[in-house]
Design a protein around this ligand. Structure first.
Ligand code: DAH
Length: 339
């Protein structure tokens, strides 16, 4: 009996079939009610009692192997059929999905190209900066609150090393290595220790502009600001300058543009004032020029800085800042074809 089982086991393991009909024939031959395996179960009755345990186990194994073998032969043939049906070798290839440019990239490139038309070139600086480039060279007092742990991320175990909180640090990078005339814009990512919400993030993007030459005046700054605003938001756009304070500029101002959503009539976006703030600017403080090695009696200049997310919100009405960094395809796909 045991020999018979082993023989059948070998036979079953070597089974092959080329069609589903053949599989069905094998099923009938081996595991149907009158099949060879079932017959052995009949013979089992006459096995002596002391052998029943072992032979019973072998029989069950044989039955299981036979079932598995026949099932897998059937599966293989069925899948082959399905695959063969699916592939149509003559059909054209699937289109490769085209990516989209990120809305912040779109806006950054647009700002750069407006300033490029005025002769500005792009300058870059590191995101991991030192205290001197971010604060000291820009006339921040030692106890200025921006230097506080609450606003700035410091690099652990590296004294004086921090993540830049504004792209103004690139101003001092350029001024301390080059002499005027200087005409640069610096786009880039900045970091601040903020709780993340729909209107604040611990990283965002800024664009800085700096112009240093002989006899640069506030009137030059104002003209560039007006040109930028009208190129970016349309020829109807008006600007207004409000006095402000930054350590690195004197005098300093903040610029508002006429709300491009209501056209200056007043709406929820501009808090019914008709104006929205978009950037900070001013004449570079002589202290900053001197600390970077530029003769402040000979040269003067202006600087301005804006948040790229803010400009993007105005252009595309994105209500939640977090969308910019979540990589959600449904959000990004909406900028397909934008340029
Ligand atoms: N660095 C400022 C900030 O992060 C923005 C700024 C204001 C830049 C005035 C300037 C400027 O160049 O002149 O808020």
């Amino acid at each position: 009996m045991q020999d018979k089982i082993k023989q059948l086991l070998d036979e079953i393991e070597a089974l092959a079939a080329e069609s589903l009909e053949q599989v069905e024939e094998l099923r009938i031959k081996y595991i149907s009610k009158k099949g060879l395996v079932s017959q052995l179960f009949e013979d089992f009755r006459s096995v002596p009692n002391e052998e029943k345990r072992l032979v019973g186990q072998l029989l069950n194994q044989l039955k299981e192997t036979a079932q598995n073998r026949i099932n897998s032969l059937r599966d293989a043939l069925q899948n082959k059929g399905a695959e063969a049906k699916e592939i149509d070798w003559s059909r054209t290839a699937y289109p490769t999905p085209l990516g989209t440019r990120h809305p912040l990239t779109l806006v950054q490139e647009e700002i750069c190209s407006i300033f490029a038309r005025l002769g500005f070139s792009i300058a870059e600086g590191p995101e991991i900066e030192d205290d001197w480039h971010v604060f000291s060279s820009l006339n921040f007092a030692d106890d200025h609150p921006a230097r506080d742990m609450q606003d700035t991320f410091f690099v652990q175990n590296v004294p004086g090393s921090l993540l830049r909180t504004h792209t103004s640090s690139v101003q001092s990078r350029v001024m301390s290595t080059q002499q005027p005339p200087l005409r640069i814009i610096c786009p880039g990512r900045v970091y601040r220790n903020e709780a993340i919400s729909y209107r604040a993030h611990c990283f965002f993007h800024q664009m800085e502009a700096l112009y240093i030459d002989q006899d640069v005046s506030f009137a030059d700054l104002k003209q560039v600001l007006l040109y930028f605003a009208q190129e970016m938001f349309g020829p109807e756009t008006k600007i207004r300058l409000r006095p402000s304070y930054f350590p690195f500029t004197e005098p300093s101002a903040e610029m508002d543009i006429s709300c491009n959503i209501c056209g200056g009539e007043g709406c929820a976006f501009c808090k019914h004032t008709g104006w929205v703030e978009i950037l900070g600017c001013g004449m570079v403080d002589p202290n900053v020029l001197e600390s970077c090695g530029i003769d402040s009696k000979r040269y003067s200049g202006y600087a301005l800085g804006m948040g790229i997310e803010r400009i993007t919100n105005l252009k595309y009405r994105v209500k939640d800042l977090r969308l910019f960094s979540e990589n959600d395809q449904r959000f990004l796909d909406q900028f397909k074809g934008a340029h």
